[in-house]
Design a protein around this ligand. Structure first.
Ligand SMILES: Cc1cc2nc3c(=O)[nH]c(=O)nc-3n(C[C@H](O)[C@H](O)[C@H](O)COP(=O)(O)O)c2cc1C
Length: 430
């Protein structure tokens, strides 16, 4: 249990020297999860939607190759991008799905690639709810009929009592398929505005039955999913949850509620909770630069929010968003604010950066997003889409093209998704 209390132990490999100071490499310490599984260090590749699946929503060789690169890159744990439990509720056409139609050979190859370099791998199970693109489903099932305030998304239908049962069963089914395919566990996506996250939000969840109203009711879906999955899988199979520290929206799921839900999740046997924030309407999860005219955003932008959640929990916490310097990561761990460091975009720029950071070769993960202009001066989603293009390139050619202009990367991704959607709709017709 000692390993669950970061900061108390000294790094077995000794201190690492950076410049003038000597920094304790807490980030290189192993961590034992509540189910007994050991993570070899504290760096986790957070979920990044690869958009590389084929028209039947099966993983492609490019996606499998990408996970092999990431596995060899030094992180303890890799989390796949958004992996829908229901092919009518995709986040986009390029998701790989875990359902009875999955090609198990390919799904198993993906899990094996994720482990090939010594990392562990989780599939991030999700139901997109009202954030399902209209082209995929014009009337997605959601917690209510409150429509996403963005173009390209249809008016959702509120789930019936029977549909809640089906949704919970689909999470259980996908977790079972992930286990059979050789994944080390799953992460249930209850952040970023997808179905479980929207259920938590009083702004979106307008129900008056047992699924809406007080927090206990709004949290019911996430809790029921976790409970059912935990009961169905092996004890050694990791069950994690990604939760918003806040939606950062007026009338949305807020920070005080996030602390309470984290405690409820711990009681259901979750192995760790990952903290992020925001949703499609309020994309605070992947910040890169502040609004024009104000100062640069700081590193680890959800860390302060996470502190109250960490204080309320005994299970490990993972915080994701903006971590780049080893000094900030080590401080976050040694100060007890988090146990795991979730990192996304640097894995796209350099899949091997974690090993270099852990052995002291570099002090900072690549932060290419910081070179882009502030988000409010750019087309919506431009920086995110540029990164998505780089993921596709890294998978298909073995390396990203970091010199690609922002607009070219943005437009290339829009074309990629349009093509993937056309192919998926064609496959559905046949
Ligand atoms: C291209 C891209 C795709 C992403 N897809 C997902 C996803 O499928 N699921 C998820 O929970 N977060 C997703 N995220 C958010 C990341 O997991 C992470 O929270 C965010 O990038 C902030 O971490 P970073 O500053 O280290 O990049 C995505 C981020 C990027 C850049």
């Amino acid at each position: 249990m000692d390993l669950l209390q970061p900061g108390r132990r000294r790094n077995r490999g000794g201190a690492e020297c950076f410049g003038k100071g000597v920094i304790e490499m807490n980030v290189s310490e192993p961590l034992v999860l509540p189910n007994g599984v050991t993570l070899k260090n504290r760096i986790v590749k957070s979920a990044m939607s690869e958009a590389l699946a084929d028209e039947y929503n099966n993983p492609t060789q490019a996606q499998i190759d990408l996970f092999a690169q990431w596995s060899a890159g030094g992180a303890a744990l890799l989390i796949t991008g958004n992996t829908p439990v229901d092919r009518m509720h995709l986040e986009h056409a390029g998701n790989f799905v875990l359902d009875p139609g999955s090609d198990m050979e390919r799904v198993s190859a993906l899990a094996a690639a994720g482990k090939s370099g010594g990392a562990k791998i989780l599939a991030q199970l999700a139901h997109a709810g009202r954030q399902t693109p209209e082209a995929i489903n014009a009337q997605p099932t959601s917690i209510s009929d409150v429509q996403l305030d963005l173009p390209g998304y249809g008016r959702p239908t509120p789930a019936s009592e029977a549909e809640f049962d089906e949704i919970i069963a689909k999470f259980v089914r996908s977790a079972g398929i992930a286990q059979e395919a050789g994944f080390d566990g799953i992460e249930i996506h209850a952040a970023h505005g997808y179905l479980l996250s929207s259920a938590l939000s009083p702004r979106i969840n307008t129900r008056t039955d047992r699924w809406g109203g007080p927090l206990e009711n709004r949290a019911r879906l996430a809790i029921e999913v976790v409970k059912a999955v935990r009961q169905a899988v092996e004890p050694g199979f990791i069950v994690a949850v990604k939760l918003n520290s806040s939606d950062f929206q007026k009338g949305g799921f807020d920070h005080a509620e996030a602390v309470q839900v984290a405690v409820m999740l711990e009681a259901e046997g979750v192995d760790f909770i990952e903290i992020s924030g925001g949703n499609f309407e309020e994309p605070t999860a992947y910040q890169h630069a502040s609004k024009s005219g104000s100062t640069q955003i700081r590193e680890a932008y959800f860390l302060d929010y996470a502190a109250a959640i960490k204080a309320a929990l005994t299970i490990p916490l993972m915080v994701t968003g903006g971590f780049r310097s080893s000094s900030v990561m080590n401080d976050a761990i040694s100060s007890g604010k988090t146990d795991l460091i979730g990192i996304g975009r640097p894995f796209i720029a350099d899949p091997g950066f974690a090993a270099k950071l852990l052995n002291g070769e570099i002090e900072k993960a690549p932060a290419v997003e910081q070179d882009f202009p502030p988000a409010d001066t750019l087309p919506r989603g431009a920086v995110l889409n540029w990164f998505c293009t780089q993921i596709a390139l890294a998978g298909k050619t073995g390396a990203p093209d970091l010199d690609m202009p922002l607009v070219a990367g943005h437009e290339s991704y829009l074309n990629q998704i349009k093509l993937a959607t056309d192919r998926l709709l064609e496959a559905r017709r046949n």
